[in-house]
Design a protein around this ligand. Structure first.
Ligand code: NAD
Ligand code: WQD
Length: 337
């Protein structure tokens, strides 16, 4: 099948692209490189040994986007493109609403115009209400607490309305928990611009010596060691989740929502310990204040993806840290190095 991958130069998109190419699909990656590098696309081709179509394009440019559909004639779209920094979305909400909402609406209009009605969308566990206890099922109530999360919820609503209006659409919304790790080759991985906000990339930069120490955001939560617990999921498992969703949509019309997580939680201190073991480096840390907006625990109930997609996350926290470290060690400055 020919698949358009928006945001395919980014972290999760590049790993999914490798999986799709290895399964024999043809790809066209559409990315404006706002948070990524063309080098990632090169390395996707290198790892898979297959060519990839690449269009440097902003989804806000609806004319250019429609032209790509006309020229490339994809049969399905996996839509990763979006801005994802929670803090930036609070300080510059209009940029987030504009990029994420209008970018997606342009994409949907182009798809409709060119009779492409199969879509896998990157949603997030951040859409769930902080009042809902973990493990979180897809039926849990939604109440994102920041503009980034609200763009995800609003896109989910638009997609549900679209599927209701025209039942010929096939739409999967995948709610990722905490994606980490990297391709086992160490050639592609997460390459955050500036100082990382997320735990794994920050810990990796401490291990490599780019940051002095980790600040643990709160050790007074009602968790076994007092630090926040999250459902970390290996990006290679996530990539397989997209392929499973696409396969399901090939057989089913309608609108579907699936959590992609392991169903297991790890605390900040457990992550630091695992990363120290994987890297053989010391990871100095200090306990700081809670980070505003954080919840104590966020863990998926991944049963629906298992039952309907036959998808289970296979890689544990040790492998996540090992693969994340291999990428960091081989590429201390990311793709720029
Ligand atoms: P990423 O920033 O590495 O990848 C997103 C890609 O989209 C980037 O390459 C960026 O250049 C591109 N992009 C952004 N706006 C665009 C536009 N207007 N036109 C064209 N390209 C554009 O992020 P990622 O971690 O790979 O995340 C992929 C998707 O998954 C995002 O939608 C993100 O919100 C979602 N998600 C990520 C996480 C996470 O923690 N990484 C968790 C849940 C959901
Ligand atoms: C994990 C844990 C922190 C950094 C975020 C987004 C969410 C989703 C995934 C896109 C928490 C603690 C972190 C540090 C720390 N992204 N921490 N020191 O907050 O669960 O989710 O990424 O959809 O929307 O909010 O992930 O990696 O930032 O934090 O102690 O320097 O690590 O408090 O307990 P989070 P994270």
């Amino acid at each position: 099948m020919k698949i358009m991958v928006t945001g395919g130069a980014g972290y999760i998109g590049s790993h999914t692209a490798v999986g799709l190419l290895q399964d024999g699909h043809e790809l066209v990656i559409v990315d404006n490189l706002a948070n990524s590098s063309a080098e990632a696309v090169q390395r996707v081709q290198e790892i898979s040994g297959r060519p990839v179509g690449f269009r440097e394009l902003d989804l806000l440019d609806e004319v250019a986007l429609s032209t790509v559909f006309a020229q490339e004639r994809p049969q399905a779209v996996i839509h990763f493109a979006g801005l994802k920094s929670v803090g930036e979305s609070v300080s510059d909400p209009l940029r987030y609403y504009r990029n994420n909402l209008i970018g997606t609406l342009n994409l949907l209009a182009s798809m409709a115009e060119h009779q492409v009605r199969t879509l896998v969308f990157s949603s997030s566990a951040t859409v769930y209400s902080a009042d809902e206890p973990s493990p979180l099922a897809e039926s849990a109530s939604l109440a994102p607490v920041n503009p980034y999360g609200r763009t995800k919820q609003q896109i989910e609503e638009a997609l549900a309305d679209l599927g209701a209006a025209d039942p010929s659409w096939r739409i999967a919304m995948l709610r990722y928990f905490n994606p980490v790790g990297a391709h086992p080759s160490g050639r592609i991985g997460e390459d955050p611009a500036g100082v990382p906000n997320n735990l794994l990339p920050y810990v990796a930069q401490v291990a490599i010596g780019r940051q002095a120490k980790v600040t643990v955001h709160g050790a007074d939560y009602a968790t076994p060691d007092g630090t926040g617990v999250r459902d970390y999921v290996h990006v290679m498992d996530l990539a397989q989740g997209h392929i499973a969703a696409l396969d399901f949509l090939d057989r089913h019309r309608g609108v579907f929502r699936w959590n992609l997580g392991t169903g297991k939680g790890h605390s900040v201190l457990e992550v630091i310990d695992n990363f120290a073991a994987a890297s053989g480096r010391e990871i100095p840390f200090e306990i700081g204040a809670r980070r505003p907006g954080d919840v104590a625990v966020s863990i998926a109930r991944p049963a629906a993806a298992q039952e309907q997609l036959g998808w289970v996350a296979e890689r544990g926290i040790a492998e996540m840290c090992r693969d994340h470290w291999r990428w960091q060690e081989n590429n201390p400055r990311g793709f720029a190095g």
